[in-house]
Design a protein around this ligand. Structure first.
Ligand code: PMV
Length: 318
C-alpha cells in the first residue's frame, strides 16, 4: 500500500480552450494558453491498495465514475484505491476546480502506483481527466498545442514562461455561488454542433495563441489583455449562438464587465475574462489591484487576488 499527497493550482485560460476534436480523449479543437494561479489549490491523496474503491471530495464520500475511470487509465489492473481531495475554493463554479483537481490526481495516482512519468506524459494523462488539467501540471504561463498523434500522446501542455517571468495579478470576482448549470463537455459539444460561428472560432485559435505568446515574452499587458478579451468574447459568442443558447453570464457578470471597461476608459490597464460560469476574472498589474477591487466591490460577492503560481507537486509521500 502506498499513499501519496499532491497539490496543484487552478489555471485560467488567457486564450480559451472550447471544443473537442475527440471527446473520449479530450483532444482540443483549438490550442490554448493559460496562467497558473498561486493561492488556491486542490490537495489530493491517493492510497494505492485500499479495502475498496472510495472517493471523498470536499469531505463528502461520493460515487465519482470520472475519478475511478481515471484511475483505470493509470493502471487497468489496479487494486482498489482511496482518493481524498479537497479544494480551498468553490468547486464547479467556473473557477477551474477540475483543472487543479485532475492535475493533482494524475500526479498523486501515478506516484502512488510507483510510476514516475515524464511531465509531457503526465500532462497528456491529466488531459484525459479534464482537458484544462493538462495545463495545471505546470506553473506560470503555459501553452497547450493541438498535437497531431491520433492517440493524443503528443497533446500535452508546454510551459512557456515560469511564474517569476512576469508578476501579473488576476482579480477574481465571484458574482454567484453554486455549481454551473451546463458542464463544459456538454456546452462545448452544443456549441460545436449548432453555433454558426464555430468555424470562425476555430480559425482564430492559432493566431490568438501566437499573439498571446508574443505579448508574454515582451511583457506587454495591453497586447495580452486585448487578445484575452477577444478570445473570451469569441468563445462566449459560440455559446450565445448555440441552439438552445448557453448563457453562463448573470446580470452581475455584465455589470462587472462594464466596470472593467470603465476602468480602461479612465486609463487603468485591466482586462476581463470569463469561463463556463458567471465569474469575472480581471488581469492587471499589481499596482492596479486596488483600483480594480474598488470598482468591482459593488457587484462581487467575493474578491480574490492571485499572482502566478507554481507547478503541481508532491507534498507527502508515505
Ligand atoms: O477542462 P474543462 O473541460 O473543464 O474545460 C475548460 C474550458 C474553459 O474553462 C471554459 C476554458 C479553458 O481553456 O480553461
Amino acid at each position: 500500500m502506498a499513499r501519496v499527497t499532491t497539490i496543484a493550482h487552478p489555471n485560467i485560460a488567457l486564450v480559451k480552450y472550447w471544443g473537442k476534436r475527440d471527446v473520449p480523449l479530450n483532444l482540443p479543437a483549438v490550442p490554448s494558453l493559460s496562467l497558473t494561479l498561486g493561492g488556491w489549490r486542490s490537495r489530493t491523496s491517493v492510497t494505492w491498495g485500499a479495502p475498496a474503491d472510495r472517493v471523498v471530495l470536499d469531505g463528502t464520500e461520493r460515487h465519482d465514475a470520472k475519478v475511478l475511470r481515471f484511475l483505470d487509465l493509470v493502471a487497468p489492473d489496479r487494486p482498489p484505491c482511496e482518493v481524498v481531495s479537497d479544494n480551498d475554493f468553490p468547486t464547479g463554479a467556473g473557477l477551474a476546480s477540475s483543472a487543479s483537481g485532475f492535475a493533482a490526481l494524475a500526479l498523486a495516482a501515478t506516484r502512488a502506483a510507483g510510476l514516475d512519468l515524464p511531465l509531457p506524459a503526465l500532462s497528456a494523462l491529466a488531459r484525459q481527466g479534464s482537458g484544462s488539467a493538462c495545463r495545471s501540471l505546470f506553473g506560470g504561463y503555459v501553452r497547450w498545442p493541438l498535437g497531431e498523434a491520433p492517440d493524443g500522446s503528443d497533446c500535452h501542455a508546454v510551459p512557456i514562461a515560469p511564474a517569476d517571468h512576469w508578476d501579473l495579478r488576476m482579480v477574481v470576482a465571484v458574482v454567484a455561488s453554486g455549481p454551473k448549470a451546463v458542464g463544459s463537455t456538454e456546452g462545448m459539444e452544443r456549441s460545436r454542433r449548432t453555433s454558426p460561428l464555430w468555424r470562425t472560432w476555430v480559425e482564430h485559435g492559432p493566431a490568438d495563441v501566437a499573439e498571446a505568446s508574443a505579448a508574454i515574452q515582451q511583457r506587454d499587458l495591453e497586447r495580452l489583455g486585448t487578445v484575452m478579451e477577444a478570445s473570451t468574447f469569441r468563445m462566449h459568442a459560440t455559446m450565445h449562438t448555440a441552439v438552445p443558447p448557453l448563457l453562463y453570464w448573470l446580470p452581475a457578470t455584465v455589470a462587472a464587465l462594464h466596470e472593467v471597461f470603465a476602468l480602461r476608459a479612465r486609463g487603468v490597464g485591466a482586462w476581463a475574462t470569463m469561463d463556463a460560469g458567471p465569474q469575472v476574472k480581471v488581469l492587471c498589474e499589481p499596482s492596479d489591484v486596488a483600483a480594480v477591487q474598488e470598482a468591482l466591490k459593488p457587484t462581487a460577492l467575493q474578491l480574490h487576488v492571485h499572482g502566478p503560481g507554481g507547478p503541481a507537486r508532491v507534498v507527502d509521500d508515505a
